[in-house]
Design a binder for this molecule. Structure first.
Ligand SMILES: [Zn+2]
Length: 211
């Protein structure tokens, strides 16, 4: 399995490249590029949420706490009747909630399951991003969810092929190659839960397009 820093570096570089595609679009500004870059990086760290070490989880919730308020900025501002003070207050609370409360709940609930490192989990991450981004602009939503899935895929591929030790200094074939890009795990319960969640999100995306 590749190291946390290896994943962060690789997904970060991918994110910078992917995010800058937004600037080629013409109508999208630097904010879209930054969000896409952040989401790609986040996607590259997501599978290690089940890691036993607390560092990736803490960093991950730190990044999520920063990215989610940016994503929801326009939405919250509309809810707060365009009041900037109220918007900033709500987003600050949201930041603290994700950073401390949500990460605490998550850490106390999860065990090392293995389904975080799988292709259905990759699709779940993409669908969830699509649903979370509140916008009528379907192309932007697809762009963001594509970023998360790209980062996620980079993680699975890295885990599958390499063992990256601190910035990729030492590369060698992973003895467990073949385990990261799986479709099912040994635990039928984890597999079932994953596919149920996948079906639920897929239905929700389909439904959001037909209302
Ligand atoms: Zn991993």
């Amino acid at each position: 399995m590749a190291s946390y820093r290896g994943h962060l570096t690789f997904a970060g570089l991918l994110g910078a490249g992917y995010g800058s595609l937004a600037l080629l679009e013409g109508n999208w500004d630097w904010r879209t590029a930054l969000i896409a870059a952040g989401l790609t990086t986040l996607g590259g760290l997501l599978p290690d949420l089940d890691s036993d070490s607390g560092v990736p989880v803490r960093e991950l919730f730190g990044i999520a706490a920063a990215v989610v308020p940016i994503l929801l900025f326009d939405h919250v501002k509309a809810l707060c009747q365009q009041s900037t003070e109220q918007t900033v207050a709500v987003l600050a609370v949201l930041y603290l909630f994700i950073r401390y409360v949500l990460s605490y709940i998550f850490k106390s609930l999860t065990v090392h399951r293995g389904m975080f490192h799988s292709l259905p989990a990759l699709v779940i991450a993409g669908l969830a991003t699509y649903l979370l981004y509140p916008s009528e602009d379907m192309r932007r939503r697809l762009f963001f969810s594509g970023g998360v899935m790209l980062g996620f895929l980079s993680h699975l591929v890295l885990d599958e092929i390499y063992s990256v030790d601190f910035m990729g200094v030492r590369l060698h074939l992973n003895n467990y190659a073949g385990s990261a890009l799986k479709l099912v795990s040994k635990s039928w319960l984890a597999t079932l839960t994953t596919y149920l969640l996948l079906a639920l999100l897929a239905w929700r995306v389909w439904w959001s397009g037909h209302q």
